[in-house]
Ligand binder design. Structure first.
Ligand SMILES: CC(C)(COP(=O)(O)OP(=O)(O)OC[C@H]1O[C@@H](n2cnc3c(N)ncnc32)[C@H](O)[C@@H]1OP(=O)(O)O)[C@@H](O)C(=O)NCCC(=O)NCCS
Length: 322
C-alpha cells in the first residue's frame, strides 16, 4: 500500500463535498495515493511479498498475470515490467483488462493452466494507481478511488482443495454503440453524446479520466454479485453456509450490506476494509485476502468465495479452499 493517506476532508480543496456524505454513501474514510512509483513497482513489491509468503523463488514462476486498468505503458505489458522487477526468468507474462473483476479473471486463467498441467506456479497480481485516472474536480467519482496492489501465488498440488470453481462473464445489451451505453469507462477521446461525435480533445483534460453513471453501475453490481456467487456455489456443490468468508470487491459499503441482507448473513462473514483504502479496482480482493491471512483468520480447509465486478461490464467469482 502506498504511504500517503488522502482523507475525506482533503477533497474540499477541489470539490464541494463533506465527510459525512462520503461515509454515508460509500463507507470510505480514507484512501492511499501513490505519488512516486510506477505501477509496475507497486505491483512488483506485492509480487515479491507473495513469493516470500509462499517460500518460492521468482525463477519457479511459470506465468505472471497482471490485472490493471492503469498500465505504465501501452506497450510492453505491466506484467513484463513486473517480471523484470522481480527477476522472474522466462515466465510467460501478460496483462488482462477486466476492470475491477480482474483478480477473479486472473484466478480463472491460472486455474486452467494449472489443472491442464501447463503451469506449476502462477503469479496473479492486481494493481492500480487509480489516482492517475481520477478527475479530482468530479465529486461523484473522485471520492471513490484509491491506489494499491495485491498478489497471490497459485501452485499445483495433489492434495485437493485450492480453486474449486470459477466463473467469469461480461454484460452488454448489444443495442447501441458501446461507448454510448457503457456506464463505466475511461475514454481516449471524448465522445459527445449530444452530437454523437468524437471531440478528440482528450489531451485538453490531461488524460483519460474514469467516468461513470454511479446509479447504473450500482444496479449492475446488485444483480451481478449474487449471480456470480450462486454460480460458483452451484458448480462446487456448496452452499453459502459452507463458506467462512465472502470477499466482495470493495467498491461501496452499500454493495457489501446488500449481500449481507440478501443472504441474511452474519456481517463478520463478509469482511470489509473499504474505509481505509476506497476502491482500488481489482486490487481490493487480493489486499483483503492478504489482510485476513495476516490476521491469522484463515485456516487450512476454509472455504472462501471471491467476487469481482467492474468495467466491461465484467463480473465473476472464484471459490477457493485455503
Ligand atoms: C457514486 C455513488 C456513491 C453515488 O451515490 P448515489 O446515492 O447514487 O448519489 P447520486 O449520484 O444519486 O447523487 C445524489 C446527490 O449527491 C450529490 N453528490 C455526488 N457526489 C457527491 C459528493 N462527493 N459530495 C456531496 N454530494 C455529492 C449529487 O450531485 C447528487 O446531488 P443532486 O441530487 O443535487 O443532483 C453511488 O452511485 C455508487 O457508489 N455507485 C457505484 C459506483 C461503483 O462502485 N463503481 C465502481 C464499480 S467497480
Amino acid at each position: 500500500m502506498p504511504d500517503f493517506v488522502l482523507d475525506n476532508d482533503m477533497f474540499n480543496q477541489t470539490v464541494e463535498t463533506n465527510g459525512e456524505w462520503i461515509v454515508s454513501r460509500t463507507g470510505i474514510k480514507e484512501r492511499r495515493i501513490e505519488q512516486k512509483k510506477y505501477n509496475f513497482e507497486m505491483i512488483g513489491e506485492a509480487c515479491a511479498a507473495a513469493l516470500n509468503n509462499a517460500g518460492l523463488g521468482p525463477d519457479k514462476i511459470d506465468m505472471i498475470i497482471v490485472s490493471t486498468a492503469t498500465p505504465d505503458y501501452s506497450c510492453p505489458s505491466t506484467a513484463c515490467l513486473v517480471q523484470n522487477y522481480i527477476k522472474a526468468g522466462a515466465a510467460a507474462s501478460f496483462d488482462i483488462a477486466a476492470g475491477c473483476a480482474g483478480f477473479v479473471f486472473a484466478l480463472d486463467i491460472a486455474d486452467l493452466y494449472i489443472t491442464s498441467g501447463r503451469a506449476k506456479n502462477v503469479l496473479a497480481a492486481s494493481g492500480d494507481i487509480m489516482s492517475r485516472m481520477t478527475n479530482y474536480f468530479d465529486r461523484g467519482n473522485c471520492v471513490l478511488f484509491g491506489d494499491g496492489a495485491g498478489a497471490a501465488v497459485i501452485t499445483a498440488q495433489s492434495s485437493g482443495g485450492g480453486i474449486l470453481a470459477t466463473c467469469i462473464h461480461c454484460e452488454c445489451d448489444g443495442q447501441k454503440p458501446y461507448f454510448v451505453q457503457n456506464p463505466l469507462y475511461s475514454p481516449r477521446e471524448i465522445f459527445d453524446k449530444t452530437t454523437k461525435q468524437f471531440k478528440g480533445n482528450a489531451e485538453k483534460i490531461q488524460g483519460s479520466y474514469l467516468t461513470q453513471n454511479g446509479r447504473e453501475v450500482m444496479q449492475f453490481v446488485s444483480r451481478a454479485t449474487p449471480k456470480a456467487l450462486d454460480e460458483v456455489l452451484t458448480k462446487a456443490e456448496k452452499t453459502i453456509s459452507d463458506l467462512k468468508y465472502i470477499i466482495v470487491h470493495q467498491a461501496n459499503k452499500r454493495i457489501i450490506d446488500h449481500v449481507i441482507e440478501k443472504y441474511r448473513l452474519d456481517p463478520k462473514k463478509v469482511p470489509i476494509n473499504i474505509e481505509k483504502y476506497g476502491n482500488m479496482s481489482s486490487a481490493t480482493v487480493p489486499v483483503l485476502l492478504h489482510e485476513l491471512n495476516e490476521a491469522k483468520e484463515l485456516r487450512k480447509g476454509d472455504l472462501i468465495a471471491l467476487v469481482g465486478f467492474g468495467a466491461g461490464l465484467a463480473y465473476g467469482a472464484a471459490l477457493i479452499q485455503w
